[in-house]
Design a protein around this ligand. Structure first.
Ligand code: CTP
Ligand code: MG
Length: 215
């Protein structure tokens, strides 16, 4: 059984607004992506990274696509030996070995996918284009979905074998596996497994990672 890490890192990081792509921005003394790569290297047989054009030097790097799931597909295509795929965004530096292992265990137990998720803490409402609230959802059944997302690799390959316009509309890979009829479950993640999206997220991540290194 080959467990392969698949890291989409080909985004430009528009909302972060740094001078280069987000995955390679410095965070607590190293490129943001390195925090995730270190953890994935400890649990995966191999890690393939989808990078922006110009960043493909080095082993196991492929050029990503225009949309995130296209980047995931490009990286997975470079890992034909994978039987389990651990997809993790370079933008989430708080990955832990324990969280990856809990997701992998669920896939080994027979699920097509197991995804890190946080129970909703805010009340969630649905609103129309004019802002009018249409309904309040039952928060107790709602989860905010993150990465890692771990899949039986063949289920993910099959889910990604769809036209580019379908991939362009997907905000995560699990939704594609669900659409293909696959079984996906949530795995509760530690509260700190946040994504770096805005400049304030990067500053917060830096503070936490430096404090952790100082312990
Ligand atoms: N990603 C990717 N290929 C793309 C778009 C995104 O590999 N075409 C990756 C990003 O590098 C990131 C992850 O998907 O690790 C999550 O995406 P997001 O946080 O949205 O990052 P960016 O797309 O880079 O940021 P923004 O949307 O602000 O431009
Ligand atoms: Mg994006």
């Amino acid at each position: 059984m080959a467990v392969v890490g698949i890291v989409p890192a080909a985004g430009s990081g528009e909302r972060l607004g740094a001078s280069g792509p987000k995955a390679f921005v410095a965070c607590a003394g190293r490129p943001l992506i390195d925090w995730s790569l270190e953890v994935l290297a400890a649990v995966c047989d191999r890690v393939v990274v989808a990078v922006p054009p110009g960043y493909e030097d080095g082993d196991d790097r492929v050029v990503g696509g225009r949309h995130r799931s296209q980047s995931v597909r490009a990286a997975l295509e470079a890992a034909p030996e994978a039987t389990v795929a651990v997809v993790h965004d370079a933008a989430r530096p708080f990955l832990t070995v324990a969280l990856v292992e809990r997701c992998v265990a669920q896939v080994r137990a027979g699920w097509d996918g197991a995804v890190a998720a946080a129970p909703m803490t805010d009340t969630v409402k649905e609103a129309g284009p004019d802002g009018r609230v249409l309904r309040t959802l039952d928060r107790s059944t709602l989860w905010a979905i993150q990465t890692p997302q771990v899949f039986a690799a063949d289920a993910l390959r099959q889910a990604l074998a769809v036209p580019d316009r379908v991939l362009a509309g997907a905000t995560d890979d699990a939704s594609l596996v669900e659409a293909a009829g696959g079984s996906v479950r949530v795995v509760e993640a530690p509260p700190e497994n946040v994504k770096v999206t805005w400049p304030a997220d990067l500053r917060a991540a830096e503070a936490v990672l430096r404090a952790r290194a100082a312990v």
